[in-house]
Design a protein around this ligand. Structure first.
Ligand SMILES: [Zn+2]
Ligand SMILES: [Zn+2]
Length: 146
């Protein structure tokens, strides 16, 4: 597993429409493995990808590093179970933020538990936050297909 971005698949992201994401969105570029993680702010909603629910904990983990960079601290992955038993996964910077989210959505009668958390927030000076240029995008997409 990459110490910086918590994945052992260095080209797994972006998952959906990778070319569109790489062309249009600002990426966090892992300084160890080179993985690009979308860090673009959705202006309308004021949220980034990591703020939204994920289908699995594994996918959420792919975005954990950008959550930490945005908040400047350790973040955790929380499993949220709806009253109908549906599971989703969300990243929160701490328990209080997670609980606030549940309170706001209490009509759905969620249950929640923290299932993964990093122990220490680390800064990686050589990591970059920027858009890729055309040749970098081409190279990355090729590597993704391997
Ligand atoms: Zn994106
Ligand atoms: Zn990495």
């Amino acid at each position: 597993m990459c110490n910086e971005c918590y994945s052992n698949q260095s080209r797994i992201t972006p998952i959906l429409e990778p070319e569109k994401c790489l062309r249009n969105h600002t990426q966090y570029i892992c300084s160890i493995c080179g993985r690009c993680i979308c860090i673009e702010m959705d202006e309308k909603r004021g949220l980034r990808r990591w703020n939204f629910p994920f289908k699995t904990a594994d996918i959420a983990k792919l975005y954990l590093r950008v959550a930490e960079v945005c908040t400047g601290k350790c973040c955790g992955i929380y499993e949220i179970i709806s009253d109908k038993g549906r599971k989703s996964y969300k990243i929160f910077e701490d328990k209080e933020t997670a609980e606030r989210y549940l309170t706001k959505n209490k009509n759905k009668q969620y249950r929640m538990q923290m299932i993964y958390q990093t122990e220490q927030y680390r800064e990686y000076k050589k990591s970059q936050i920027r858009k890729l240029d055309d040749s970098e995008i081409e190279k990355y997409l090729k590597e993704q297909q391997k």
